[in-house]
Design a protein around this ligand. Sequence first.
Ligand code: PLP
Ligand code: LYS
Length: 434
Amino acid sequence: MHHFSYVGNNLHCESVDLATVAQLYGTPTYVYSAATLADNYTRLAKGLSGIDLQICYAMKANSNLAILRHFANLGAAFDLVSGGEIRRVLAAGADVKRSVFAGVGKTEPEIKLALENEVFAFHVESEPELARINHVAGKLGVKAPIAIRINPDVDAHTHAKITTGKSDNKFGIPLKFAAAAYEAAAKFPNIAIKGVQMHIGSQLTDVNPFVEAVSKVAPFVAELKAKYGITYFSIGGGIGIVYKDALASGQQSWWDNQPADKRPLTPEVYGAALLPLLKPLGLKILLEPGRNLVGNAGVLLSRVEYLKRGNGRNFLIVDAAMNDLVRPAMYESYHEIVPLHRDTTRPALVADIVGPICESGDCFAKERQLQQVGEGEYIAFMSGGAYGYAMASRYNTRGTAAEVLVKGSTFELVNARESFETIIANEKIPAFLK
Ligand SMILES: Cc1ncc(COP(=O)(O)O)c(C=O)c1O
Ligand SMILES: N[C@@H](CCCC[NH3+])C(=O)O
C-alpha cells in the first residue's frame, strides 16, 4: 500500500499534486511520501509481532536525513555500512546504540567511530576483521560487541548482482566454518559475542528462500545461545516490493484481488512463515529491511525533453538519466513510468525511454507503451524510493536530483539539487600545471 494515485487526471503524492513539486523545484526530483514510509514500517512490525523485534532500517537504500529522522521517530534502529552512515545517523539526531554495523571492509577509523558511539554490534564478515576490531577496541579500552555473519549458501532466486547468501558471494562466513570463527572470537580479550547474523539477498519475492535459510541456520543459533549466551539473531533484509503495476498496487482492493501466485511477498506472509521458526529460539530478532520500507514510498519526477523518431523506433528523451536512477542500467530492472497528467483521449506511444547520458545503457525502458507525451510534460518513475538517489553519481558532470518529502498536503525540500557549478567548484588545478 502506498500513497501515490491519480486525483482526477493528475498524479498526487498524498494530497500534493506532483506537477506543483516539479514546477517549483525543477526536475529530476525524487519525491517521498511520509505516510507510506510510516505505513511500511508499522506493517512490517505488525507482521512480526509477538517476538522481541528490533527493526534496523538498512539505510543504504535511502539515507536522506529526513527519512532517517522519520524512521527514528517510529522507533527504528539502523543497519549501517560505513563511517559516513554512522555520521548520517548522528546528523539525523538519532543514536547508534541500537544499530548494527555490517560490511566486508570496515576500516580502523570506521571501527573506532562505531565504538565511540557505542554501536549495538559489529556484523563481522571475516576472521581478519575480528582481529582488527579486537585491536581497535583494545586501544580504546572497551569490549566490542559482535555477531558473525553466516553465509548459509541458499539461493535467494533474485538478480545475480543482488544475491548475497551463496558460497560464491563475498559476504559472511560459510556455515561449516562458523563454529571455528566463534571459537576464535571467544579467545579475543576485547570482543564480546552478542549474536549471529545472516542476509541472503535483496528483492526476494518468494518467502521460501527465507524459510530455507532460517531453518538451515536455526540449530546453529540454538547452539550459540547455549554456548555463548547470545541474545539476538539478525535475519537480514531482502523483502521485495512491487515494481510492475506499482501504481495499481497502492490500491488495497487491487492488491487483494490478485491471484495468490501474483501477489507480492507481503510482511504478513513473511511473518507468518518465519515466526514459527523464530519464536522457539527465545532470542531478540533483528530485521534489516531497506527496500521494503522505502522502495514504493518514492518516485522520480522527470521532464520530457524530446520525442525523437528513429528508424522504426521512437526515443523519448527525458531529463533524468542513469546517474539519477541506475537500477535499469545496472540490473535491467523494471520501473513503471507514468505521466503526471493523464489524458486518456491521447493515442498511445511506444518508445524507448532514455536519458541524455552518452551511453546506450542510459535507457530506462525499451519499447514501453505510455500515453503520448511531449516536450515540457512530466513523467514519474515509480518505486524509486530505494537505491535511487542513494546510488546517484555525477557522471557527465550532471548535477544531482533534488529530494522532497511530502506529508499530507505539505511538502518540503529535504535535499537541494547539487548544481554542476558546485561540482566543478570543488575541484582544483594544481599549481604545478599552471
Ligand atoms: C547485510 C544487509 N542487510 C540488509 C540489506 C538490505 O537489503 P534490502 O534493501 O533488500 O532489504 C542488505 C542489502 O541487500 C545487506 O547487505
Ligand atoms: N542496490 C540494489 C540492491 C543491493 C542491495 C544492497 N545489499 C538495488 O537496487 O536493487
